[in-house]
Design a protein around this ligand. Structure first.
Ligand SMILES: [Zn+2]
Length: 484
């Protein structure tokens, strides 16, 4: 046993020395081809085994592994209460800045762990997943210095991966590609909270929705198609753009679109140009994960000497964006009366169609802007719970909820259960029938009928008006009978 342990330790020391002596680490601010990219990830995993795990989520069309580096203390599995975060880059094979930024970001997190308090805290408390290249096949046919063409954009089967996800309005246009399927499996497997998809071609943060219903598309004009969580998407998008030295100015001055402007350096996807089958909309529709798309600069494949300036411009925004999982909204656990985690309990914010579901450990994260919210927690066979939650800036509000089983013997059916303020127990029969999409469809109908003439307001008598009318009548009768 001791011999095995010694060989294992020597192996790690050898790997670390080899990574450093061969010049792989620290990561260079340059372009890495697919095998060099894999070598960097392997070197990081070998050098920092306590805080990393290298794994593949599947293969590309041509059979290349889609490598993900997980960075966290005690890697390998979801730890209850620890949020899951992801960055995905190089989905368009010729947009390579994000690919290099994620390698530099991985090295930055690993090499500063234990030395820098902020990085150490982030790595201790967050499970960060980095997929530097979602489209390694496309990368193979792209060219350094090619700022604007589409050569290398698609996967080896000629499909644009950011148009390949199932779309609620347009269905499935192309057959699901292996890269898309791999990412879909991944995002359903891990309870991701927050994410960003790194692209290039201009300088802006793009947030959901990217697509919109056909009726609205036909109008021909640009339509801001907001998600039910538009306020939080605007807020997190601004965190990135305003931390970036130039993105927030909102005038990228790219040669192709020199006059293009984005207020605060952010844009709603559909208001910019609608796309069907995008990844960020899929994340939001189908999972708990809120994803935005980062356009990192005008040139899709800039010469290598520009990687370092890109890194310095994006290092702080990348860090700050990850930190949002700890500073935004509310988080906690949903348990039963015996303290066992409840999976699939719905966290429902009043007047918002989007519902978050608890993971198998009963934990949840609900991103929200600061304010007061009425929150309902619902699960079949349990009595719903309703509570008021105040969300503060800078720190997520912790809310732990116990749901009472409908079949619980503790329930006295003749007398309502007394609950401790602010939690109130009630049953909402209609809740389970209101789906996310039907709520959105209702909103769209409202939007489409916005120009229809409004119905005349019906006369409503309030209790105050009622009292006033009664007083008038009494006065009238008094005048009639006393004066005459
Ligand atoms: Zn792109």
């Amino acid at each position: 046993m001791a011999t095995t342990w010694l060989i294992f330790c020597l192996g790690i020391v050898y790997s670390v020395q080899r990574a450093q002596s061969s010049g792989i680490l620290p990561v260079k601010a340059t372009h890495h081809n697919n095998s060099a990219l894999h070598q960097v990830l392997e070197a990081l995993a070998a050098t920092y085994p306590n805080i990393t795990r290298l794994y593949s989520i599947g293969k590309s069309y041509q059979g290349k592994e889609l490598w993900v580096l997980e960075i966290t203390k005690n890697p390998g599995r979801h730890i209850p209460g620890k949020p899951e975060f992801k960055y995905v880059a190089n989905m368009h094979g010729n947009e390579v800045v994000g690919r290099e930024l994620l390698l530099l970001f991985a090295d930055y997190l690993c090499s500063n762990y234990g030395n820098n308090d902020r990085v150490t805290r982030l790595v201790d408390t967050t499970r960060i997943h980095l997929l530097p290249s979602m489209n390694p096949d496309g990368w193979e046919s792209s060219n350094e210095g090619d700022c604007s063409s589409v050569r290398g954009r698609f996967n080896a089967n000629g499909v644009d991966l950011n148009r390949n996800f199932p779309d609620p309005y347009d269905g499935q246009r192309n057959e699901l590609q292996p890269e898309t399927q791999a990412v879909m499996n991944w995002i359903h497997q891990e309870p991701f909270v927050l994410s960003a998809n790194l692209h290039g071609g201009t300088l802006v943060v793009n947030y959901p929705f990217d697509n919109l219903p056909k009726e609205l598309k036909r109008s021909g004009s640009r339509v801001y198609y907001s998600s039910p969580d538009d306020d939080i998407f605007v807020s997190i998008a601004k965190v990135y753009s305003k931390t970036h030295p130039t993105m927030h100015i909102g005038h990228p001055k790219c040669p192709i679109q020199r006059n293009e402007r984005f207020a605060d350096g952010i844009t709603n996807g559909a208001a910019w140009y609608p796309i069907s089958g995008g990844m960020q909309d899929y994340n939001y529709y189908k999972t708990n994960c809120f994803e935005i798309t980062l356009e990192l600069g005008c040139c899709k494949y800039p010469p290598a000497l520009y990687i370092k300036p890109y890194w310095y411009a994006n290092r702080e925004p990348l860090l700050k964006y990850v930190e949002l999982v700890h500073t935004t909204g509310m988080k906690g656990f949903v348990m039963d009366e015996r303290g066992r985690p409840l999976e699939g309990a719905r966290i429902i914010i009043e007047n918002r169609a989007k519902k978050i579901k608890t993971s198998k450990d009963g934990d949840f994260w609900r991103l929200l802007v600061p304010g007061n919210y009425t929150v309902r927690v619902a699960k079949r066979k349990y009595k719903n719970t309703k509570l008021r939650v105040t969300v503060n800036p800078d720190q997520a509000t912790v809310v732990n909820i116990t749901l009472v089983s409908k079949s619980s013997r503790n329930l006295n059916r003749r007398r309502p259960v007394k609950t401790v303020s602010p939690v109130q127990v009630f049953i909402d029969k209609d809740e389970r029938n209101v789906s996310f999409h039907s709520a959105l469809a209702h909103r769209d109908r409202l939007r489409l009928s916005a120009k229809a003439p409004k119905k005349s307001a019906s006369l409503k008598i309030t209790p105050v008006a009622h009292t006033f009318l009664i007083s008038l009548l009494v006065l009238f009768f008094q005048m009639m009978f006393i004066d005459n």
